[in-house]
Design a protein around this ligand. Sequence first.
Ligand SMILES: Cc1ncc(COP(=O)(O)O)c(C=O)c1O
Length: 362
Amino acid sequence: MLPREFFIEDRLEKYRKISSCNLGESGFKNFKLGEIFNFIELEMDEFKQISLEDSSNRGMEDLRREISSLYGNIDLDEILVTTGTSEALYIFFRSIIKKGDKVGYFSPAFQALYEIPLLCGGILNPVNIFNGKNFEKLFKESDLVILNHPHNPTGITFDDKDWDQINFYAKKYERVILFDEHYRFLDNENGMGRTGYQGKNTFATGSITKSFGTTGLRIGWIVGNKEIISKMRSFKDYLTHTVNPISEFLSLKLLKNKARILPLIISILKENQRYFLENLKSISSIDSMIPPSGGLVAFPKLKDGISSEEYSDNLYGNCDVFVLPGTNFEMEGYIRVGFGETKERFKNGINRWLEWEKYKEI
Ligand SMILES: Cc1ncc(COP(=O)(O)O)c(C=O)c1O
């Protein structure tokens, strides 16, 4: 059995490099290597010293130590560094899901979070996030609960009441929980958001790539109990075995310098979001939108009867603004808008979008 096609990738492949306002992306506009060198104050001589030998199977010790500090200094054996979070998710689902297991998650969702469980023989239990965060349904009816926060594609995060409920139902039903915390570094209000990882039957994935504008580094990780992480490490030996040492080196430097880099990224992100929200009412094709409280994207609802694919095609064709249609997330009637563009390209793109909407009205 093979997974279905990855719905978002076709459009991303087609438009991400040619659109002058790329809002189809869920990451921050990628930096050039020279810009990263400046951020982390790296001299060429130090860079030249990187050895191109295989890194250690679990990931470089210094990097794991830095990752450990993001979870209250957990044991290094609880951490596995992977090639993208996608690899961590794939191995995790393969290791944990038995045929017939029920897998709960809030929909719409990042496709890998349910497509791979399906491939592993899981039975999907999607709970529509737009009907309220029904944690009870999620926990009661699932063997494995997946909680992605900040949430892709809606930008919804969990507040203190949500966390109380998560802790309550986690205790009551004792499920295995996977927290997908890919956008944890970009909690709008607080910088880095909290983690759900609490050892025992909880797991969490994380990444620097989208939040730091370095998707090409392809570094992700998973934290969890030592036995499972050890088994996952052995599985990884059959796939990518080790990660790229240059990527690992840069990821470590980025994490060490996060206090300097993230405020800059968050300020651009907030400004783009502010500009979009200020002008939202003038985009008459959009019915409503939950303002994102974290991450890099939001999922505005289109007015009734508008096809999300047609709208996305026309928006690109007329304004050179690239967004993803809701059908790519198996939810018609919405579009996903990213806020990771540069301020100038974002503003110019939104202005063209506003002009087009005005002209469409006439
Ligand atoms: C919620 C979520 N999880 C996981 C991933 C996969 O991440 P990576 O690019 O590190 O493989 C993404 C990528 O967009 C994502 O949005």
